[in-house]
Write a protein that binds this ligand. Structure first.
Ligand SMILES: [Zn+2]
Length: 194
């Protein structure tokens, strides 16, 4: 049987929030990304932050992106976009787990909208699906698969999906489907029942 090759492009709209302790609220709160940068020049070095606001008390917090960096080492085009508070560059850093870790903040994705573009797949056909995404995110791949795979014209439920993986009718290369989080280049194979 012919295998269908499909690309699913996962588009994430909006920036993740961060969870950190708000000194004013006195507890961990959700901070919303303002999608604005603050850039300070200090002699020949730059400090660059992404500005967040506590959802409760609106106090601002500067999320460190670069500290005392030589401007020549920055991507020139990206630096210009930062000066214009470009939202796609802001989101790129808002999604960056290593930046969050350095700032001792946890990322929170409830405000991020997920859209998957690409042809749907029937379980009765053999297919190889490659996932592409501009961002890595702690979003379970299972929740992305839900509604994209169809059985008798109906979306397959999460439990049914897990059964299909356990039975080997679906396969995710190199990852455990129960734990897998969205990453570009992931491949899922669907084997038609013979
Ligand atoms: Zn607060």
């Amino acid at each position: 049987m012919k295998t269908k090759y499909i690309n699913w492009s996962v588009e994430l709209t909006g920036c993740p929030a961060i969870i950190r302790r708000c000194p004013k609220c006195g507890e961990k709160t959700r901070y919303i990304c303002s999608e604005r940068f603050r850039i300070n020049a200090n002699q020949s070095k730059l400090d660059i932050w992404l500005i967040y606001r506590c959802e409760n008390c609106k106090s601002t917090y500067n999320h460190e992106i670069y500290a005392r960096v030589n401007p020549k080492s920055l991507d020139r085009e990206e630096f210009l976009l930062m000066q214009d508070n470009d939202s796609s560059v802001a989101c790129k850093y808002a999604f960056d787990k290593s930046v969050a870790k350095r700032n001792k903040a946890d990322l929170e994705y409830s405000g991020v909208e997920i859209a998957v573009k690409g042809e749907g797949v029937e379980l009765s056909e053999s297919a190889e699906i490659e996932i592409s995404s501009a961002f890595e995110a702690d979003i379970k791949l299972l929740s992305i698969l839900k509604g994209r795979l169809l059985e008798n014209d109906l979306p397959v439920s999460q439990n049914r999906l897990l059964t299909l993986f356990d039975e080997g009718k679906l396969m995710l290369e190199g990852y455990d489907i129960r734990k897998a989080k969205l990453k570009t280049g992931m491949r899922i194979k669907s084997f038609a029942a013979s």
